[in-house]
Design a protein around this ligand. Structure first.
Ligand code: ADP
Length: 543
C-alpha cells in the first residue's frame, strides 16, 4: 500500500530546536547551593545544550553510549536532558539518595562511560568511585568553587565547544535517549530505557489541558527530582512549550521551598505527597501569632499541583484547596515514563458535591490516552470496572517499557500477552477512576478479607493530631494478618488509640478493619524517592 504521511521520526532534537527558535527570551531560574538564584534564557539554554552535545562528541561519545548524571534539579541537568541525546548518547540519571554502593553497582550495570556531576556531590562520588570507573568525570561547578584538577570542568568544556558547528547524531525514533533504574524498593534495581518516540509521545499526552495543562505563561516548579522517573517527564514538556522553570537546586526543606515560592511564585508545581505534607504543615504552623515565621509566607492561589508517586491523602487535597490550590493526583512508575493515570475534574462530575469531587481527587485518576489499563484478579479475565473488584493493575502502551536493560526475560514482570505487571492492586470505578489499595507486597489479608493499608493510612492522616501514618501487616495466629498503624503525631499533639478507632469507625471502616495496634513513632522511614518505606517498618515491627 502507498504510504500516507511523512515518516519524520519523533525526536527530542525537534523540541530543542523549537525552543531555540521560539522561546529565546523565556527564563530558566536555578537555585544555587548558596541559595542565590541564577537566571538564564532559553536562548542561552539552547546554545549551551548544543555546546554540551558538541563537547561530548569531541570526547569520543559514540551512539548509544551511556552518560550518567548525578545532579540536583538545575539548568545544567536540563542541558543534559537534551544535550546527551542530541550527541547520540543515553542520559542515565543516577539517584543521589541511594547508598553509595548501590549507585556504584547501578553505574556498573549500565556500563556508564562518562559522568556529569555537581561539585557539591563529589564527596558522594568518592564513596563509590572504586566500584565503577568512568572514562571521564565532568564536574559542574554548581557552588562556584574551583573544579579539582583531576576532573573535567563542565563550564570549560562548554566554552571550548562550538554550538554553531554542532551536528545532531543521525538517529531513528526508536533510539534510546535516557535510562533510569527502578529504585529497588521491592527487588533489585532494574534499568528502564526510554526512546525518542516514547518520550515525545509521553510529553504530548502529559501536557494535555486536563493533565499538566502546560501553557506558555506557566511558571513551573519541579520539586520531583530530575533523577527520579524523568522528573515525571516535566523537563521535556517545559522545553517543548518554553515555560519558565524554577529549579529548587539542593534546597528541599519546606522553609526553603516556601521561601522560593515567595520569590518566584509558580503556577504549576510537582512533587511527592510527603513533601507537600511537610510544606502545608510548615505553612500552617507559621500562622500562629507567636511563630518565628509568622507572616513570612503566602501560598500562590490558583497554582495547580501535580502530586503522585504515592497515594495522596484526601486530607492533603482539602488542606491545599482551602488555600486555592488544586492538587491533581497522578500514578505511574519508572517503567511507564511515568504518567499512566491522572485524576482531573471530569464533565460527569460537574453536578457532584464537594465531598464527591474530593473523593475522586484522592484516587489515582483515569488512564491517559495511549495507555491501556486492565485489572486482573486471580483468574484470566479482567475485573469489571465496578469500583469494588480488586486485582493487579496491568498496562500496555507506547511509553510503557517492554523489557529491562540487559535482562533477557523477566517473566514475572510481563504477562504472556505482553502487558506490564505493575504490582499495584486497585479497583476501577465505572467512570474509569483507578483506586489503588496497595502494592502486592503491602497487602493485608485478615480472616480471608483484604484490608487496604492505603485507605487506613489516608483516614488516619485525616485526624487533626496526625502528621503522618503508615499501615503494615503483622502476622496473627487467628486472622493470619492484622493491620498495624505507625503514627507520627504533629508537634505538641497527643492522642490515644481509642480516639483513632472512633475516628475510623466514623469514616466508614468496619470494626474488623481497625488496626490491631497503634505504634507512635518519630518519623516514617522514607525510600530514596521520599515515599514511605514499609519494608523498614516491617523490619522494626515484625509482630
Ligand atoms: P519505587 O516506588 O519502587 O521507587 P517508582 O518510583 O517507579 O518505584 O514508583 C512506582 C510506584 O509508586 C507504583 O508502582 C505505586 O506503587 C506507587 N505510586 C505511584 N503513584 C501513586 C499514587 N498516585 N497512588 C498510590 N501509589 C502510587
Amino acid at each position: 500500500m502507498q504510504s500516507t504521511m511523512m515518516k519524520d521520526p519523533l525526536s527530542l532534537n525537534h523540541l530543542l530546536e523549537r525552543a531555540g527558535k521560539l522561546f529565546g527570551g523565556n527564563e530558566i531560574v536555578s537555585r544555587l547551593p548558596d541559595k542565590t538564584l541564577r537566571r538564564h534564557s532559553y536562548g542561552e539554554y539552547y546554545r549551551r545544550t548544543r555546546a554540551l552535545a558538541s563537547a561530548l562528541q569531541a570526547l569520543g561519545l559514540k551512539k548509544g553510549d551511556r552518560v550518567a548524571t548525578l545532579c540536583w534539579n538545575h539548568h545544567a541537568h536540563l542541558e543534559c536532558y537534551f544535550g546527551i541525546p542530541a550527541a547520540g548518547g543515553v542520559m542515565h540519571t543516577l539517584n543521589l539518595r541511594l547508598a553509595p554502593r548501590e549507585i556504584g553497582w547501578i553505574a556498573g550495570d549500565a556500563q556508564d562511560r562518562f559522568l556529569v556531576i555537581d561539585d557539591v556531590l563529589l564527596p558522594l562520588y568518592r564513596q563509590f568511585a572504586d566500584l565503577h570507573r568512568f572514562e571521564k568525570v565532568i564536574v559542574f561547578p554548581f557552588s562556584g568553587a574551583p573544579v579539582p584538577a583531576e576532573f573535567a570542568n563542565y563550564e570549560a568544556l562548554l566554552e571550548a565547544a562550538d554550538p554553531e558547528a554542532f551536528q545532531y547524531a543521525p538517529h531513528d525514533e526508536d533510539d534510546p535517549v535516557a535510562m533510569c533504574y527502578t529504585s529497588g524498593t521491592t527487588g533489585r534495581p532494574k534499568g528502564v530505557v526510554y526512546s525518542h518516540r516514547s518520550t515525545v509521545l509521553h510529553t504530548l499526552v502529559a501536557s494535555l489541558a486536563d493533565f499538566w495543562g502546560l501553557r506558555g505563561t506557566d511558571v513551573v516548579l519541579p520539586v520531583t527530582p530530575m533523577f527520579h522517573a524523568n522528573s515525571w517527564g516535566m523537563p521535556y514538556g517545559a522545553v517543548m512549550m518554553g515555560v519558565k522553570l524554577v529549579f529548587p537546586g539542593p534546597h528541599l526543606h519546606p522553609d526553603d521551598l516556601l521561601d522560593l515560592i515567595q520569590q518566584e511564585p509558580p503556577t504549576l508545581s510537582l512533587g511527592v505527597p510527603t513533601i507537600w505534607m511537610s510544606l502545608i504543615q510548615a505553612f500552617d504552623a507559621a500562622q500562629a501569632a507567636d511563630s518565628p515565621n509568622h507572616g513570612r509566607w503566602k501560598l500562590p492561589r490558583g497554582m495547580r499541583s501535580l502530586v503522585g508517586g504515592a497515594a495522596v491523602p484526601e486530607a492533603l487535597i482539602r488542606a491545599f484547596d482551602r488555600h486555592g490550590i488544586w492538587i491533581l493526583q497522578g500514578w505511574g512508575m519508572t517503567e511507564t515514563s511515568p504518567v499512566c493515570t491522572i485524576s482531573y475534574p471530569r464533565a460527569e462530575l460537574r453536578g457532584a458535591t464537594a465531598d464527591e469531587r474530593y473523593r475522586r481527587a484522592a484516587t489515582a485518576g483515569v488512564p491517559v490516552p495511549l495507555v491501556d489499563l486492565r485489572v486482573r484478579g486471580d483468574g484470566a479475565s479482567d475485573q469489571p470496572w465496578d469500583g469494588k473488584s480488586v486485582g493487579e493493575i496491568q498496562v500496555r502502551g507506547p511509553f510503557i517499557t517492554g523489557s529491562y536493560y540487559g535482562i533477557a526475560a523477566e517473566a514475572e514482570k510481563f504477562t504472556p500477552d505482553g502487558w506490564l505487571r505493575t504490582g499495584d492492586v486497585a479497583s476501577v470505578d465505572p467512570l474509569g477512576f483507578v483506586k489503588i489499595s496497595d502494592r502486592t507486597k503491602d497487602l493485608i489479608k485478615s480472616g480471608g478479607e483484604w484490608i487496604s493499608s492505603v485507605d487506613l493510612e489516608n483516614a488516619i492522616m485525616g485526624h487533626a493530631a496526625v502528621a503522618e501514618a503508615a499501615v503494615i501487616a503483622i502476622p496473627d495466629e487467628k486472622w493470619s494478618e492484622r493491620p498495624l498503624a505507625c503514627v507520627v503525631l504533629k508537634p505538641g499533639r497527643s492522642a490515644a488509640a481509642g480516639e483513632f478507632d472512633a475516628h475510623l469507625l466514623q469514616h466508614g471502616f468496619a470494626k474488623w478493619q481497625l488496626p490491631e495496634r497503634y505504634e507512635f513513632i518519630d518519623a516514617v522511614p522514607r525510600t530514596s524517592t521520599g515515599k514511605f518505606w514499609k519494608l523498614k517498618l516491617r523490619e522494626r515491627f515484625p509482630k
